[in-house]
Structure formats: structure tokens, C-alpha cells
Design a binder for this molecule. Structure first.
Ligand SMILES: NC(=O)c1ccc[n+]([C@@H]2O[C@H](COP(=O)([O-])OP(=O)(O)OC[C@H]3O[C@@H](n4cnc5c(N)ncnc54)[C@H](O)[C@@H]3O)[C@@H](O)[C@H]2O)c1
Length: 279
């Protein structure tokens, strides 16, 4: 058993990829981030350093490349964190698996079926979901999602590694939205419907959950942090898989169509400053 992945490859250098890359580096792994967009690739190191400023020493073991075909063959663990698109995920996982045939392959998908993505990889026994949360710096949970063919040894490795990453693992059988997105997205969608219907404004809806139900963050603020586009993609997938109760509200589609994606674009249900704080 590998007690600790010496080298980790993260595919996708966006919100989650940068957070996960920092966590891996801080835990002692050398890390390669693969980001296809040249401008985004150039920002990866700065983003990771900003998020993990207290552990800057560890971040010297981080490099960024742009081509998934060049996944380092010696890598022990590949974590895919590209957009929530099953075709794209299957494509990059297959390419990374060919380049690093001995690696454990993982996806950070929030909702897509692990068993379905497993069809794209050469060894489904070494493939699973490792669902990290946003922001990775502060989120204590890792949702380990097992596909039909994930081997028990792979789950065991993931449990051990989660503890090394100082995160608490839960193990969930592959089903649409797993445990977290299925519940969390439903609450977020209902909160958006309440804004749409004029029940209350976003601040007050969020305060209802934070003060009334002791949630650490309200569902609309969380939607802004996650990204409205990311939540829309998950809602579309879950409504196809689980039915109309996950149908995205009109307001969510409109905001995504207008490019109001939440914190990353400066405007969603809240306005955000350039430093990423709600204004
Ligand atoms: N945002 C969240 O709060 C959150 C939380 C948990 C899980 N997730 C999941 O994590 C995944 C990534 O979400 P995100 O919010 O980081 O998205 P994001 O849009 O911020 O980042 C995705 C990155 O992948 C890059 N990319 C696209 N195609 C690529 C390719 N072929 N090779 C390499 N890079 C490529 C994009 O250029 C982009 O920078 C999604 O599956 C999402 O559902 C997101």
C-alpha cells in the first residue's frame, strides 16, 4: 500500500483544482497541475499561493503544464477537476490513465456517475470519486464515492490519504448527486425559487438558515461561492436523473446566461469585491 502519494497530478486549474493542488502540496506531495487554458495556467501558482499563504514553503513542489497527454508517468494519484461535463471528464481521465497506468484515478465531480465515468478508464478498480469541498482550505470533508467496480483496496487507500490530508472521509455508493450535492443543491434551488417568487431578499433567506438553523453559510451565498454555472450544470444533471424536483429555476438560467456566475465574476446573488469578499 502507498502510505502517501509522492506525486499527485491535478487536472484543471480552476477554483477546485487550485485548492486541491495546494492541499496536496501542503501534505507533502509533489504536484503537477494540468490546465489547458494558457492564461489560467499562468495564474495557477499565484492562486495556490494566495489560498495557502501560511504554508508557502510547501508550494515549491508545484508545477503547471497545459497538456494532459504529458501527465507525469510516475504520478501516484490523478485528481480530475475540470468542468462538470461527463464527456470532457471521460476524455481527460482516459488520457491521464494512458500516460500514468499505475496511478489511482479520481474525479472531483459533484454529481456525475462514477460507474459511468469508469467506462472510460483502463482499470475501473483503481478509479473512484474524491469529492472535495469549496473552499478546500477550510472544508473538513472528503466524500469518497465508490463505483460498481471500485476495488476495496482503492477505497482503503483513499480513507488513509484523507486522514493524512487532515480531512474526514465519508464513503457513499455511487448515486446521482451522492450524499452532499443531492441535499445541498436542493436547498440552493429552493432558495433561488424563493428569490424568484419575492418571498424575501437573498440576505434574509441566507440569514434564515444561518441564524435559524445554524448553517455556517446561507444557500445563496454558497451558490455564489460554488459558481452559478457549476450549480446549473449539476441541477440539469440531477433533474435528468432524479426528476423535476431538481429542475433549475428560471432565475438561475437567466443569471448564468448573463454571465453573473457568483464570486468568480464579481456578481451573482451578491456583489463581490476584487478581493473576493461580498460587498
Ligand atoms: N466550485 C465548487 O464549489 C465545487 C465544489 C466541489 C466540486 N466541484 C466540482 O469540481 C469540478 C471543477 O469545478 P470548478 O469550480 O473548479 O470549475 P472551474 O471552471 O473553476 O475550473 C475548471 C478548469 O478546468 C480547465 N479545463 C477544461 N478543460 C480542460 C482540459 N482538457 N485539461 C485541463 N484543464 C481543463 C478549465 O480551463 C478551468 O480552468 C467540477 O466537476 C465541479 O462540479 C466544484
Amino acid at each position: 500500500m502507498i502510505d502517501h502519494p509522492r506525486h499527485v497530478t491535478v487536472i484543471g486549474g480552476g477554483t477546485m483544482g487550485c485548492g486541491i493542488a495546494g492541499l496536496m502540496a501542503v501534505a507533502g506531495s509533489a504536484v503537477t497541475v494540468i490546465e489547458v487554458d494558457r492564461a489560467a495556467a499562468d495564474r495557477v501558482a499565484e492562486r495556490v499561493h494566495r489560498e495557502w499563504a501560511d504554508d508557502a514553503g510547501a508550494l515549491t513542489r508545484l508545477d503547471t503544464i497545459t497538456d494532459v497527454m504529458r501527465t507525469p508517468p510516475e504520478t501516484d494519484l490523478v485528481i480530475e477537476a475540470v468542468a462538470e461535463d461527463a464527456g470532457l471528464k471521460a476524455e481527460v481521465l482516459a488520457a491521464a490513465g494512458r500516460a500514468a497506468p499505475h496511478a489511482i484515478l479520481a474525479t472531483n465531480t459533484s454529481s456525475i456517475s462514477i460507474s459511468r465515468l469508469a467506462r472510460a478508464v483502463h482499470d475501473p478498480g483503481r478509479f473512484l470519486g474524491l469529492h472535495f469541498f469549496n473552499p478546500v482550505t477550510k472544508s473538513a470533508l472528503i466524500e469518497i464515492v465508490t463505483g460498481d467496480r471500485t476495488a476495496p483496496q482503492t477505497v482503503e487507500l483513499a480513507r488513509n490519504w484523507s486522514e493524512r490530508w487532515q480531512r474526514t472521509p465519508i464513503v457513499v455508493r455511487d448515486s446521482p448527486g451522492f450524499a452532499t450535492s443531492r441535499l445541498g443543491v436542493l436547498l440552493g434551488l429552493e432558495a433561488i425559487r424563493m428569490v424568484e417568487e419575492g418571498v424575501a431578499d437573498p440576505h434574509d433567506i441566507d440569514a434564515a438558515m444561518v441564524l435559524g438553523y445554524r448553517h455556517p453559510i446561507g444557500p445563496l451565498r454558497l451558490t455564489d461561492l460554488v459558481g452559478l454555472d457549476v450549480r446549473l450544470a449539476i441541477a440539469d444533471y440531477l433533474s435528468a436523473e432524479l426528476g423535476d424536483r431538481f429542475s433549475p429555476p428560471r432565475l438561475l438560467r437567466e443569471k448564468v446566461g448573463d454571465g453573473l456566475l457568483g464570486r468568480k465574476t464579481g456578481q451573482g446573488f451578491y456583489s463581490w469585491t476584487a478581493k473576493g469578499r461580498p460587498s
